[in-house]
Design a protein around this ligand. Structure first.
Ligand code: LLP
Length: 415
């Protein structure tokens, strides 16, 4: 469900004609619908309305401060994974007591930055990280609030690059080793154990792996009480899937309905870290056909967006619907829609049926709001796109298109 729909034969973002945005801001262009992301945020909030919880929007999905600020207005906290993400959320004056910090490789500098910023807690991913947090917090004469991220060893049945809760993944601490870590943590003077964190993967479409994980953790929490360790927060991560094509992911309500009974007796505050669920379908990548090229085996549409703008198809073989901005009655053709980058892996969609298209035609790559711009790069010295946020019939430039000067402004020629 989103607000990118046709009115007559023209695709709109909410009440704005996408032709107008392409004209005004140029292409390629990320266009976001505020109403779509707001409704998705509210779906999670209402599904868990009867539960003591904090929703921490996962910044990595889309980290534009224009979007983070809208999340803050909705009452969201933030899940961060780097000093850079912390900088972003502090810039929009996010409440530090709603910031949780995960990631396997936090540096001392990042830990210090987060401690000085008084974040709610670190999600600790290894024993050595725990010891470093203890040291840094001693230096600052603080006590660091932590959750231990446990790897529950469940199968999330998603793409192997985005599964995180199996024992061969680098994330979290194996559930069989975690008990001992809690014992160690309890003895560290500058550590305050607050919770347990699990995040089992991304684009998960069923509730089963969540239940498997929560059942394992419930037993674990009970065992901890024998050591007088009381868990205040259970962070169940993000990962709820969205519809890119034919998937039928659990809705927020179905998800909540299925897992709430398992949470009911735990007497903990829940943290949720949704990213894709909120912004995934709230964004499109608007692109223009540069050339159509008819080959012997294939017809190509070469467009002005490439894998540097949206890497998901190249990296994960991800499917994004590609639809025309202006519907036409021309004959249907089968195209590979490819970017201008010098790599055969630079494609946005393969073997897609579209009306015959030509230079100048506009296409919308759907479901590009999560892990789109945030994973974009300057490969082939391409300028990163502009981003526009649509609200009703208004549109706001929330990131300017880069310039050639931007490309080299940090570089230097040696004598
Ligand atoms: N919490 C933690 C600790 C995470 O690692 C992630 C995502 C999330 C929350 C948010 O997950 P979400 O609700 O968005 O599924 N680039 C990949 C996705 C990588 C996800 C990484 N971690 C993609 O484009 O599919």
């Amino acid at each position: 469900m989103d607000y990118f729909n046709y009115k007559k034969n023209t695709l709109y973002a909410e009440d704005v004609d996408l032709n107008i945005l392409a004209e005004k801001y140029g292409t390629p262009l990320y266009v976001y619908s505020l109403k779509t992301m707001t409704e998705h945020y509210k779906k999670i909030e209402s599904a868990f309305s009867d539960i003591d919880k904090i929703i921490c929007y996962s910044v990595k999905a889309n980290s534009n401060i224009g979007i983070l600020n809208e999340m803050k207005k909705l009452g969201s906290g933030f899940d961060i994974v780097s000093g850079g993400e912390l900088y972003r959320v502090l810039k929009i004056n996010a409440n530090p007591k709603k910031i949780v910090y995960a990631g396997v490789g936090k540096t001392k500098q990042e830990i210090e930055y987060a401690l000085k910023s008084n974040i709610l807690m670190f999600n600790v991913e290894s024993i050595n990280e725990l010891k470093i947090i203890d040291l840094v917090s001693k230096k600052l004469k603080k006590k660091a609030a932590v959750a231990i991220r446990i790897n529950p060893d469940v199968n999330a049945s998603t793409h192997e690059y985005i599964t995180t809760g199996k024992k061969e993944n680098k994330f979290g601490i194996d559930i069989v080793l975690a008990f001992n870590i809690f014992r160690i943590a309890k003895k560290l003077k500058h550590i305050d154990i607050k919770g347990i964190h699990i995040h089992i993967g991304s684009q998960i479409t069923t509730v089963v792996p969540y239940i498997d994980a929560i059942v394992k953790i419930t037993k674990f929490i009970k065992d901890l009480t024998t050591e007088d360790i009381i868990i205040e927060y259970l962070n169940i991560g993000g990962g709820l899937g969205v519809i890119y094509n034919e998937e039928k992911p659990a809705t927020a309500d179905e998800f909540a309905y299925a897992i709430k009974p398992y949470l009911a007796n735990l007497n903990v505050k829940i943290i949720l870290e949704p990213g894709r669920f909120i912004v995934g379908n709230a964004g499109i990548l608007l692109t223009k056909v540069i050339y159509d090229k008819k080959g012997i085996k294939k017809n190509f549409l070469i467009v002005d967006a490439g894998m540097n703008d949206l890497i998901r198809p190249s990296l994960y073989g991800a499917f994004h619907k590609i639809i025309p901005v202006n519907l036409s009655a021309k004959e249907k053709m089968i195209y590979d829609i490819v970017g201008p980058i010098c790599e055969s892996g630079d494609f946005l969609g393969k073997e897609r049926t579209l009306s015959e298209s030509k230079e100048g035609d506009l296409l919308a790559i759907r479901s590009a709001g999560a892990y789109g711009f945030s994973m974009s790069s300057n490969y082939n010295s391409r300028l990163r796109c502009a981003e526009v946020l649509v609200k009703g019939n208004k549109h706001y430039l929330i990131r300017k298109r880069e310039t050639y000067e931007d490309l080299i402004k940090l570089e230097k020629i040696i004598e």
